[in-house]
Design a protein around this ligand. Structure first.
Ligand code: DX5
Ligand code: ZN
Length: 222
């Protein structure tokens, strides 16, 4: 299966999200990755369910919602109602990740669990048969444009082994570029989130650059 590219709209023009979503999909994005931050679980604030609902009609592929918020549970239904296809919650966001993942499933969404760089792969083991996706943070969450943490390649490899033949996708998030993308793919990644590496140099008026950047990521994997 080809590795999927999921541009993060954290690097898009915040005044023009609808057009940005249409542009990246027209230029070859497989999914649209939406980074929700609360200024509490992570030191930055972005957007919530209303923004997700507003951009939903502009997304034909998959709206991949990454919740960097705590608590998570009170907001799951709102993100599901906003049209999220996948909802990913952090294992570190509270004491009851098992219940959180049950709630995401009950809301009718695909279930993702994310782990920060300080969390070992083995923390996912008790949850493995509940999830459709595991998001491996390869930066400390909160901001785009950070440097890829190389030691997370070990975590990706550990998860690949743990997953075996289960239909669970490994998504890599943070610092993905044409140097680190092939490393991630070799370690077992299925989905690459990329903010800066996709949006750099482009705009809704010059979307070809998005296409060139996405293609460069694909070419780097070979
Ligand atoms: C970080 C977010 C990432 C981020 C990736 O907290 O979860 O999705 O936007 O951005 P880049 O690709 O610029 O590292
Ligand atoms: Zn993310």
């Amino acid at each position: 299966m080809a590795v999927k590219i999921a541009p993060s709209i954290l690097s898009a023009d915040f005044a023009d999200f609808g057009a940005e979503c249409r542009a990246i999909e027209a230029q070859g994005a497989d999914w649209v990755h939406v980074d929700v931050m609360d200024g509490h679980f992570v030191p930055n604030l972005t957007f919530g369910p209303a923004l997700c609902a507003a951009i939903r009609p502009h997304i034909k592929t998959v709206m991949d919602v990454h919740l960097m918020i705590a608590p998570v549970d009170p907001y799951i239904q709102a993100f599901a109602d906003a049209g999220a296809d996948i909802i990913t919650a952090h294992i570190e966001a509270g004491p009851h990740i098992h219940r959180t993942l049950q709630s995401i499933r009950a809301a009718g969404c695909k279930v993702g669990v994310a782990i920060n760089p300080g969390t070992p792969a083995v923390a996912v083991a008790p949850l493995i048969d509940m999830i459709d996706l595991v998001n491996v943070m390869t930066v400390n969450p909160g901001f785009g444009g950070q440097k890829f943490i190389q030691s997370q390649l070990n975590t990706i490899r550990d998860l690949r082994t743990m997953i075996g033949d289960r239909p669970i996708l490994i998504e890599i998030d943070g610092g993905v570029d044409t140097i680190t993308a092939p490393q991630c793919a070799a370690a077992g990644a299925d989905v690459l989130v990329a903010g800066s590496a996709v949006f750099k140099g482009g705009s809704v008026d010059q979307p070809e650059m998005y296409g060139a950047n996405i293609q460069a990521l694909r070419d780097s994997i070979g």
